[in-house]
Design a binder for this molecule. Sequence first.
Ligand SMILES: [Cu+2]
Length: 158
Amino acid sequence: MNIALRVIAGAAVLTVFAAGTAAAHAYLRASSPAEDSTVTSVPSEVRLQFTEPVEVRFSTFKVYPVPSEPGWDRRRLNAAAGAIVSNVLRRTDDEGVRADDGLATTARTTNEVVIRLKPGLGPGAYVVMWRVLSIDTHTTQGFYVFSVARGAARGARP
Ligand SMILES: [Cu+2]
């Protein structure tokens, strides 16, 4: 992230505090796979729908595997995912360890962002994370977890 963007992000945080919850920011409205869901076919992409358009080139989207054990509940998975997010959201040159293969979205500003997943994801938990600059210049970030079931069918769309 360059200096200018850092300044924008810092200013955005102050604005968020000042404006409280009344202002509109780019929050996640819906996603596929859905938050905390377990899918029975291996997804090839993640679709994120935000509450307002985001500046794609000034935003970050990543999917990482979440090392976890079968039987972990939602809370435990989300705690593990949160720890990963704080470590890797700003990391660069991490293509090799990510579960995603970059964006399919080519628009500069859009409400819906499509993230390509690497082919043939194995069973287990994954965290989808984002830090987005919305067109109103506010920055928001978040994450959610989905899981791929054991024995999930391959080659299907999410
Ligand atoms: Cu906003």
